[in-house]
Ligand binder design. Sequence first.
Ligand code: ADP
Ligand code: G6P
Length: 483
Amino acid sequence: MGKTIIISNRLPVQLQISNGTLNAIPSVGGLATGMKSVHSGGESLWIGWSGLTDEDTPEELEDDIDKALKEHGCAKVKLNSDEIDGFYYGFSNRTIWPLFHYFLKYSEFELNYWDTYKAVNQKFADAIIENSDEDDTIWVHDYQLMLVPQMVREKRPNTTIGFFLHIPFPSFEIFRTLPWRDEILEGLLGSDLIGFHTYDYERHFLSSVRRLLGLDVSFNEIYLDNRVIKVDSFPMGIDYKKFRDAALSHDSKSNEERSDLQVRLDNHKASTPDAKLILSIDRLDYSKGIAKRINAFEYFLQKYPEYKEKVRLIILAVPSRSNVPQYQLLKREVDELVGRINGELSTVNWTPIWYFYRSLPFESLIDLYTSSDIAWLTPLRDGMNLVAKEYIATRTDKSGVLILSEMAGSAYEMNEALLINPNNFEQQADTLKRAFNMPMEEQVSRNTFLQKRLERYNVEVWANEFMRSLKEKRDLGKAFISE
Ligand code: ADP
Ligand code: G6P
């Protein structure tokens, strides 16, 4: 039995060089935070991009980089800035990301981006071949690397390859608009098993395979030449224990041990005991519906002015993909909205919105989760949304209300949350009021169900189920060949 090779564009750590010194900082985003828990417990090798371009990397630091990555069980794929422009900022984040999140109007179909995407996917495939043996199991992740499974298959026809998509797979009507739709499907079909977060994404994918490639599809299996490819849904969980334990040790901190952020949050509570904190945490991404959420908050305060000075919205937006114009525009829009609303509504004692545009350490995330009465997450489209799950896991006394967009993959498993349509301001204003007034018994009852489910179906179980299904598929394939 060989080892497991994890492969994704983003590694669990990002390397940075400041004043000639190399630093490794934890990566943000569902893929990295989720897979990190899986990787740290096992014997896997994780291959990906270090976060540094060739141009940013002095030759004398190459060995230090390899050493730093090795400490985290990682190996790098080297990329230059043209490759990052065309592959990462280009095809991945200006073509596929918007298209797969139903932002068709933002999606750019540029031949240059596509050519670079192909070339860089080949680099990742070559790195797998170089770093693995025939009997290793290859697990490829996400939309940046959709051609990799077939590229590896060409060189290693009998290797076991799994692929997991961390974002939605769009409906056939959206997907068919992509000029390179057949090549993307063919790339994915190099896998033995293809996993999605939800059954709907799986269904959309199968429908595209049937209608665009005309392949034989039976239930969740695709027949291609002499191979059978299995497709299934595996909703990703969180490292429940890590969040739970962090919240428990947070609860037992003495006054002296509190962070500055926690002191600020506690002061808010002490000075306005009737007031409630509403939390939202996302990467600054148009798919997360941040600007709409701020508008909906303003609408809520117009519709129910009695809540002025009684609620405060905390927005933690993590900088993301800031070279892509849509992200720059969104940053400006959010800055302006927050400035205008705070300018118009603030009083001597009250600022309606606290806005943080930065990445915070894990401990601060826990401060925010544990101190907020309501989490309000309104993606317009989201593959899963792990923040929703993390918030619930940290509620050690089972208090707290989760308001969650029905457009998030996690909504399928979180029926006890208050589910909303992020485009419906009327419904959101009423739901905020309901959350504000929800009796504690009801909060406890809802969160009891949610926590049990999150604890049972945690990220480890998610990864094990995927690997079990992949191995089952491989063993079946071997039995088939030997017959
Ligand atoms: P996405 O993968 O689209 O970014 P998710 O909600 O699925 O959205 O995952 C986001 C992940 O990033 C979560 O695990 C969350 O804990 C982490 N994260 C979000 N904001 C921050 C932050 N400010 N600092 C550190 N980690 C963060
Ligand atoms: C989502 C994607 C990941 C990506 C993450 C952060 O979770 O599914 O593949 O790593 O966002 O985005 P970034 O572009 O910074 O890697």
